[in-house]
Design a binder for this molecule. Structure first.
Ligand code: ATP
Length: 237
């Protein structure tokens, strides 16, 4: 069992220039599953994910993993909506986190070749990352995030600019990573994707965690009017 979980979020709040972006949030996350974070534009999904990952300064409360903060950080990865690629080859991007963790370069290259094959980029190892298509970039971002075998992977709308086929390919990679032991916490606007992937759902509205429920329950019988309206495609403010 991962020493990272449970994650306990206690009254955590992020503010910028006096405005509450998210919080106060109270939540406990256990080691298993895929948590999907949904809510209208500006609800605070990105801020919430950044807060859990520890890259948004807390104004109040705490976000506590079951191990110390340095170990917790080394066991997490984050995939941003627009992933930042280094101006290096696919191989160069993939070996970077491993070399940073102290792995000898030759060994890192071996792992990178396997990671590229896992996401179907094995024929593109020498290609400059900024020549990749949107879908290929997102696959590279995923492979780079997964190469350290994180216990938890945060993803902020990773498929927002991808077509159906690329989205399916990314979902397959995510489900495989989840089955291999990486817990997923991911925001999406795509309700089809949320239904396909979620074991549990967090519904955010105006920076507040409005509803938290197992996926089946949330999609069949949400307990609040705003969540029901959101699922119906109505405008929720
Ligand atoms: N650094 C910042 N300073 C001030 N306000 C911010 C900052 N970052 C985000 N916000 C505001 O906080 C609110 C929540 O933003 P956030 O990006 O977390 O929402 P979101 O649910 O991810 O939105 P979207 O679905 O549009 O991506 C928005 O009103 C946004 O304008």
């Amino acid at each position: 069992m991962s020493p990272l979980f449970p994650l306990v979020v206690d009254g955590a709040t992020v503010r910028r220039r006096g405005k509450v972006l998210v919080g106060p949030v109270n939540l406990t996350l256990s080691a298993k599953g895929t948590t999907i974070v949904i809510g209208p534009n500006g609800a605070g999904k990105t801020s919430f994910l950044r807060m859990l990952h520890g890259i948004a300064r807390l104004a109040e409360g705490s976000v506590t993993w079951a191990c110390d903060a340095i170990e917790a950080r080394s066991r997490q990865s984050f995939v941003f909506q627009q992933p930042v690629m280094m101006r290096r080859s696919v191989m160069g991007n993939l070996i970077y986190p491993l070399c940073l963790a102290g792995l000898p370069r030759a060994e890192a290259r071996g792992h990178a070749a396997l990671a590229a094959a896992d996401v179907g980029l094995d024929k593109m190892l020498d290609r400059p990352a900024h020549f990749l298509s949107g879908g290929e970039r997102q696959k590279l971002a995923l492979a780079r995030a997964l190469i350290t075998k994180p216990d938890v992977l945060f993803l902020d709308e990773p498929c927002s600019s991808l077509d159906g086929r690329a989205t399916r390919e990314i979902e397959t990679i995510l489900m495989r990573a989840n089955a291999a032991g990486t817990r997923l916490v991911m925001s999406t606007h795509d309700m089809g994707q949320a239904r396909r992937l979620a074991t549990d759902v967090l519904f955010l509205l105006n920076g507040k965690l409005h509803e938290s429920a197992p996926a089946e329950q949330f999609f069949s019988d949400p307990s609040t009017d705003p969540a029901r309206a959101f699922l119906n495609g109505d405008i929720v403010e």
